[in-house]
Design a protein around this ligand. Sequence first.
Ligand code: ADP
Length: 296
Amino acid sequence: MDLIINNLSKTYPNGVKALDNISLTIPTGMFGLLGPNGAGKSTLMRTIATLQEPDSGSINLDDIDVLVHKHELRKVLGYLPQEFGVYPSVSAIDLLNHMAVLKGVSNGKERKELVLALLERVNLYDHRKKAVSGYSGGMKQRFGIAQALIGNPKLIIVDEPTAGLDPGERNRFYNLLSEIGENVIVILSTHIVDDVKELCSNMAIINDGKLLYNGTPLAATNALEGKIWEKVISKNELPQYQKDFTVISTKLVTGKPLIHVLNENDPGNGFKRVPVNLEDVFFTNIMGHVESLIEA
Ligand code: ADP
């Protein structure tokens, strides 16, 4: 099964080009869509989920022409949006039951079994009678996965699922995502490089609505192997280094900037060659936006 996106473009009425001629083939398995805030990820996710129209282009999931047969796509889609809005103060079990009704699971007995099995699966069974509105961020996200799994979806979209989770919650969420069947397409949209590193066999990087990379995380890091150099400098040296070298990232390590630069050969000057990580790939691809991403 493949999701095939061809020449997808979208310009909002305010003139922002959120998708700029994106073509992408997404195979079965976990696919990471990586990009900084404002890159166009949610626009792409909402378009695939048939919640908004592109200006041009096409999307096909096997034989479903997604933009034409929206209803067909929705039958096989599980979607965890970036913002769920406010959860009502009803128990997880009642809310999930209600969502299953909306998704067309009409047989009461079957629905009850499904709801309990899903709550078990996302490890919320013991909290099933508590109101979702009182759940922690991580529990809400796991509940979000439970509702996305109603109806055995073939395509699952999770938009920025780990933003705001603490490390423990994030780990539990990773484990849950990685257990989701191998025979479905899971698109994980995120600005957090670790999400992709931990989970995804294939990935794309987008920025300013444009596709910058599509391939495996390994091929992406291999392409830069031997070209990433690091050095701890003092803060006041940073502007000069930024002038002299292609500084792709700056991180504070015990109060001092640790810079990574992209250079074909040894820049000398005390730089040390380091193994390439996915963050280097990300920053190299989106260069020019490094400043705004340091906190990510
Ligand atoms: P991401 O999910 O990667 O953060 P988005 O798809 O939300 O990116 O946004 C891409 C760009 O489109 C941003 O510049 C954003 O401000 C703009 N944008 C998103 N939604 C709208 C909208 N409804 N109207 C106008 N501009 C929008």
